[in-house]
Design a protein around this ligand. Sequence first.
Ligand SMILES: C=C1C[C@]23C[C@@]1(O)CC[C@H]2[C@@]12CCC[C@@](C)(C(=O)O1)[C@H]2[C@@H]3C(=O)O
Ligand SMILES: O=C(O)CCC(=O)C(=O)O
Ligand SMILES: [Fe+2]
Length: 369
Amino acid sequence: MPSRVSDDFMAHPVNLHQKHLDLSSVKELPDSHAWVSPEELCSSGASRDTESIPVIDLNGPNATKLAGQACKTWGAFQVTNHGIPESLLDKMEAAGRKLFSLPIQQKLKAARSSDGVSGYGVARISSFFPKLMWSEGFTIVGSPLEHARQLWPKDYNNFCDTIEEYEREMKALAGRLMWVMLGSLGITKEDVNWSGPRGEFNGACAALQFNSYPACPDPDRAMGLAAHTDSTLLTILHQNKASGLQVHREGTGWVTVPPLPGALVVNVGDLLHILSNGLYPSVLHRAMVNRTQHRLSMAYLLGPPSCVQISPLSRLVDHGHPALYRPITWSEYLDTKAKNFNKALSSVRLCAPLNGFADANDHGSVTVG
Ligand SMILES: C=C1C[C@]23C[C@@]1(O)CC[C@H]2[C@@]12CCC[C@@](C)(C(=O)O1)[C@H]2[C@@H]3C(=O)O
Ligand SMILES: O=C(O)CCC(=O)C(=O)O
Ligand SMILES: [Fe+2]
């Protein structure tokens, strides 16, 4: 995984006081983390849990068709029968738990530097919000060795081996999912020349993100991870047993994605939105927190090879369907996101979509914070 995935957030270092509070020992929600005032509490953050994103059996006969429908209508789905061993997911969860349960001073030894992308810290989108999120994160781009050594000077091999195994398995699954999702649009390997000779997306870049959401003394007024879309082709997310992920759907509102044993969540990211010429919306999502349970999630963020310019696939462009976005590399897009956050996708857009839908990020009615 080349480390140029991005140095782009470095121009916008998070610079907020109290950014390294030990959240698990806080007994009362500090004002720095209060997104909702007590007066606003009744009307805020309502979510509908009567429906949720589809659950798709990856080995089922209709996987391609169902994935296409899910991507078009939700920009997300849960996948089962994905082939990732449960034991590996358990090992990753244990690795995340071990990491976040270290004393804060130890975690800060592996802090993400102001000009870096890997390491421990608050969500990098924090700089766009007046309040801090009830979470901490650890990002891995390239080798985790240096940071693992700082965290566990005598015992870093286990962590590194688990990460390496997870990345290998996730890379293969991400390639499979790309073809299922693109296949539904009639896209073949010949249409995506950067997918490699066997269409394995071997040169693809990726990042791995551990998220930790400690139990919160006032969960209705806090925010785990503010609403955002991922700057990826696709994201594969594993969440532990504690619920918290919500996706936003136009006309429906916020909907909880319940943790299902053995299932992984797949999100359409901004670059797949561009590649599909707007046919697959990148899903707006956020993470809520709760009073009693420590929530953990791990995201595998897939992007294209660093030299590739992503633009709408030519098979999806004709007179009636002009290209909606200009070509852009992943690194350039991450840079744009770091500067413009939820305006990044529209800043790359060439013309308004013909179907009249705006990008997920542009919903006037959705508060992203
Ligand atoms: C490749 C990347 C996508 C990401 C920024 C990053 O350089 C590494 C971390 C990713 C992450 C994970 C949590 C949510 C998010 C918005 C963030 O703040 O960091 C995403 C970034 C993204 O998708 O834009
Ligand atoms: O924790 C979650 O459920 C969401 C995490 C997420 O959106 C991310 O890492 O990009
Ligand atoms: Fe995300």
